[in-house]
Design a protein. Structure first.
Length: 216
C-alpha cells in the first residue's frame, strides 16, 4: 500500500472511531449480571465472551470504555476487516485476523493461544457473513481447547436503526437506552465431555432466543 493510502486509511479509521465513540457516549447503558464474568476472570478462569454480529456495535462502545486487559477478538481478512481491525485497536481490543472462510485455522490457533495466556477473549459467534442465528463451530472448538468459560452476551435498545443486511445489524439511535445482558456462564465442566458440535448447539440454544427480528 502506498504511503498516501496508508495515511488515508489511518485518518478514516481514527475518524470512524471518533464518531462511534461519540455516538456510544450518548447511550444510557443498563448492565445486567455484569459482575458474574468479571468474578470468574478475577478468580483466574479463562473467559470467552460471545455475541451475535447483529448486536456488537453497542457492546463495542461499552467495552472500549470499561475494559479490563485488552480483549482478543477475531476479525476477517477482508478490506472491511482492515478498517474494523484498526478501529478495534483504537478501542483497546487486540484483533486476530481470520474467519471461517479465510485464514480461519491459523486465526483460531492464535485465538486459543491468546485466550490461554490473557484469559480473556471475545467472539462473534455467527462470523462476519452468517447465516444469522447459526453459531459457527470455531467458538466451540476455542472453548473446549482453552477450557474456557463461555459467557453469552446480548444487547437491546429502546430505539435503533436496523441495516438491510443479512443479520439486520443494529445501531442504537443517539440517547437511546441500551441494555447489555450477560447470560449464565457455560462452564468447562459442561463442555469437556461433549463434542464440538454438541458444544456449538449448547451455545446456539442459549443465545438464539435473543437474536432480534428472526422469530427466534
Amino acid at each position: 500500500m502506498k504511503p498516501s493510502h496508508v495515511l488515508q486509511a489511518r485518518w478514516f479509521s481514527v475518524s470512524a472511531y471518533g464518531m462511534i465513540r461519540l455516538l456510544c457516549r450518548t447511550y444510557r447503558y443498563t448492565i445486567r449480571n455484569g459482575e458474574s464474568w468479571r468474578l470468574l476472570y478475577q478468580e483466574g478462569r479463562k473467559v470467552l465472551l460471545c455475541m451475535w454480529h447483529q448486536q456488537f456495535f453497542p457492546a463495542f462502545g461499552y467495552f472500549s470504555r470499561h475494559q479490563p486487559p485488552a480483549i482478543t477478538i477475531m476479525i476477517s481478512r477482508s478490506h472491511d476487516g482492515d478498517m474494523a481491525s484498526a478501529i478495534a485497536r483504537l478501542g483497546g481490543f487486540q484483533p486476530v485476523r481470520g474467519s471461517s472462510s479465510r485464514g480461519g485455522t491459523a486465526a483460531l490457533k492464535t485465538m486459543i493461544r491468546a485466550l490461554k495466556q490473557s484469559r480473556l477473549a471475545g467472539h462473534i459467534v455467527d462470523g462476519p457473513r452468517g447465516p444469522a442465528g447459526i453459531v459457527k463451530p470455531g467458538v466451540a472448538a476455542m472453548a473446549k481447547s482453552a477450557q474456557a468459560v463461555v459467557v453469552p452476551i446480548w444487547a437491546s435498545a429502546d430505539r435503533a436503526w436496523y441495516a438491510n443486511s443479512w443479520d439486520r445489524f443494529m445501531i442504537p439511535k443517539p440517547f437511546s437506552h441500551v441494555t447489555l445482558s450477560f447470560g449464565a456462564p457455560i462452564q468447562p465442566e459442561e463442555t469437556a465431555s461433549q463434542s464440538v458440535e454438541q458444544v456449538r448447539l449448547l451455545i446456539e440454544n442459549a443465545m438464539r432466543p435473543f437474536l432480534i427480528g428472526f422469530g427466534c
